[in-house]
Design a protein around this ligand. Structure first.
Ligand SMILES: [Zn+2]
Length: 325
């Protein structure tokens, strides 16, 4: 299930509810994967390469492009069904005497725990994985905003199709930068050809912490752009997408303060490979602390400068982002 196949990528809204205990219904770690089963409408339509916008309760949490889908057939689950139409699309009401309301528009039956039909069935469990493509929402957007982009107005469904033609507008608002979905999806497809994501995901989890330690040992607690900083705010950044290279190459890594890292990943801040000077997106220059970084030299001894050829792709893509915003 890891090949994107030939169909055009689709766009989906995934909905996850948080229980009052703070634990979501499935085992979701929403910034890396989303789990569902074959009873969920549209579950079989979702494929790697598709865009997903994740709604958690009342807010849009972020968006991602699916890298792979784990499939586990023949899992036994207990299902609660409507006694009239057997639908599993039920609304649970905490405050009402009758706990359930059938979500099927032709039924809408309200019924209590005692009359609910419980069935045991075999389902296929799916886990859509996107650990390297997650974009956390930069600004809060309410669920109503997402409704403007859904093509099916039934908020009970966990997976709903989105209007693929317009969705980049929502992503641009969410991420506060201009999103070109085609280039995001092309980057993903290229990375898939080169590495194979399953492996990359495991490597990243195994290696990321060590990568940071090794870079910190090499350059000390210094942000490459800002100079000395508290180590708690320093992160290891990959100059090239880790998904593309599948390697934690120290010569392709930079220690950056968390905010600088975010701007670097968003291609709103880059390093000119010709002179190793910082370049800041025009739209960021209204902020004094970022404006002052424009054309600043790197805070790195020459022997620790990143490889020029590693910077070129990042620089080119950032120039595109600078022009678009
Ligand atoms: Zn019903």
């Amino acid at each position: 299930m890891s090949s994107a196949g030939t169909r055009a990528p689709k766009a989906w809204a995934f909905h996850t509810k948080t229980h009052s205990t703070g634990i979501s219904i499935y085992d979701d770690v929403i910034d890396s994967h989303y789990s569902y089963n074959s009873n969920v409408p549209n579950s079989q339509q979702v494929a790697p390469g598709d865009l997903v916008v994740i709604r958690q309760d009342n807010f849009v949490a972020g968006w991602a492009i699916i890298q792979s889908i784990d499939v586990t057939p023949n899992c036994l689950v207990m299902l609660t069904r409507c006694p009239a139409c057997r639908s599993t699309a039920l609304t649970t009401r905490v405050t009402k005497a009758l706990k359930y309301r059938c979500g099927r528009s032709s039924c809408k039956l309200e019924f209590g725990e005692a009359s609910a039909v419980l069935t045991e069935e075999l389902v296929t469990n799916y886990r859509a994985c996107y650990p390297d493509t997650w974009n956390e929402a930069a600004v809060p957007q309410r669920r109503q905003t997402l409704e403007n982009f859904t093509t099916v107005k039934n908020s009970q469904n966990a997976i709903r199709p989105l209007d693929g033609e317009r969705i980049h507008n929502l992503l641009t608002v969410l991420s506060q930068r201009t999103i070109n979905l085609r280039s995001e999806q092309t980057a993903l497809a290229e990375a898939e050809i080169i590495g194979g994501f399953k492996e990359a995901m495991v490597l990243r989890r195994r290696g990321q912490r060590e990568f940071r330690f090794r870079l910190l040992e090499r350059v000390g607690a210094e942000c490459a752009v800002l100079g000395p900083q508290p180590p708690q705010v320093l992160e290891a950044a990959h100059i090239q997408s880790f998904a593309t290279t599948g390697k934690h190459d120290l010569d392709g890594g930079l220690i950056l303060r968390r905010d600088i890292h975010s701007l670097f990943d968003a291609h709103l801040l880059t390093i000119d490979p010709k002179n190793m000077q910082v370049q800041v997106a025009p739209k960021l220059r209204i902020y004094k602390n970022y404006e002052s970084l424009q054309s600043a030299p790197l805070h790195l001894a020459e022997q620790h400068h990143p490889k020029r050829e590693f910077l070129e792709e990042h620089f080119e893509r950032s120039m595109e982002t600078f022009r678009a915003s």
